[in-house]
Design a protein around this ligand. Structure first.
Ligand SMILES: [Zn+2]
Ligand SMILES: [Zn+2]
Length: 333
């Protein structure tokens, strides 16, 4: 099984995230124990072009969490994302210490700095849930996720803020901030990185001002950040497909939230149209966002030195490796 299948599984997991309905993901993401084949290119490899851009992909942890590092190297990625455990259960076995050591060794060996690794939270979590049991479980899971990050030597953690279900956005925002403050109290150092959403269902965080309102309520501002997903932004109504669209979105983000909070980007084209509120990722240049936005992104100095992570479905001949290669080919310096 090659990286395409892995990509599909990952996407399927994202599409089935069903945070809104609070149901378990059963897509089987990351079940495969087979390795993707490909030429080994060190993540450390210096580049003549795009040297300040850290492009990578969301890779599987099947067969051992350290294998995510090897997979990223095979793809030619200089950054990567991964889950920190099963997406199917609230009760996850504790992180294996020897696996954590292997992971850290692999990162050091291949030159991946922790700031270029962005773990993604479980889709089961809804820190904005009005249901007390779901909120309590989510809050505990956020603490567990941050503890896993620490054990792996990772410094930041990306998750979907939450969904209000049948309550108000304001209450949802308050609960999310409460869960973050609780997790910050229970752990140390790891930065909680909120992802912008497509606005599907009752998810919160589609509009930048919602992210800002969460950040406003977080006590330790040094431990909160934002990851902007291009597909989610486009689906939420930010038109990055038009000329200058990426620059204006970043300007707006800077005004409404503050660029210093920007920790990462997720690079995904969109199957849906502008403002459709559907979370449907497409391969780079194959969707309604189009290639010129991605050219602007990889040439945008404000996005230097942060992880730029692909979460695209992949297709024959245009898997993660080819999409990473394409994005680097668009870099002008
Ligand atoms: Zn996400
Ligand atoms: Zn994303």
């Amino acid at each position: 099984m090659g990286p395409r299948k892995r990509g599909e599984r990952k996407r399927k997991a994202e599409e089935n995230s069903a945070q809104d309905e609070e149901v378990a993901d059963t897509s089987g993401a990351g079940k495969s124990s087979e390795r993707s084949a490909g030429k080994v290119v060190s993540g450390k490899k210096s580049r003549t072009k795009g040297g300040k851009k850290y492009i990578g992909a969301h890779v599987s942890i099947s067969g051992g969490i350290w294998k995510a590092v090897e997979d990223s190297v095979e793809l030619g990625g200089r950054s990567f994302a991964l889950f920190l455990g099963s997406q199917r259960t609230w009760q996850r076995p504790a992180l294996d210490q020897s696996a954590a050591v292997k992971f850290q060794k692999a990162c050091a060996q291949h030159g991946f700095d922790p700031t270029h690794i962005l773990p993604h939270g479980s889709y089961l979590m809804n820190c904005g849930s009005p249901k007390q049991d779901v909120f309590t479980k989510s809050q505990a899971m956020l603490v567990d996720e941050l503890s896993r990050c620490s054990a792996l030597g990772l410094t930041q953690f990306n998750f979907h803020p939450g969904a209000s279900i049948d309550s108000s956005t304001e209450k949802c925002i308050e609960r999310i901030a409460q869960a973050i403050n609780h997790a910050h109290n229970q752990t140390s150092a790891v930065i909680t990185v909120l992802e912008n959403m497509s606005g599907q269902g009752s998810t919160v965080g589609g509009q930048f001002n919602e992210l800002k309102r969460i950040i406003d309520r977080v006590r330790d501002k040094t431990r909160v950040g934002v990851c902007l997903d291009t597909c989610h932004a486009f689906a939420a109504g930010y038109d990055i497909s038009k000329a200058g669209g990426v620059k204006s979105m970043l300007d707006q983000f800077d005004q409404e939230v503050g660029l210093h909070y920007l920790r990462a980007f997720h690079l995904n084209d969109s199957k849906g149209i502008l403002g459709c509120h559907l979370d449907r990722h497409e391969d780079i240049g194959c969707g309604n966002i189009g290639i010129s936005a991605f050219r602007d992104i990889v040439n945008e100095p404000r996005l230097d030195n942060i992880p730029l992570i692909l979460e695209t479905p992949g297709r024959p001949g245009f898997e993660y490796a080819e999409q990473i290669k394409l994005l680097y080919s668009l870099c002008e310096d």
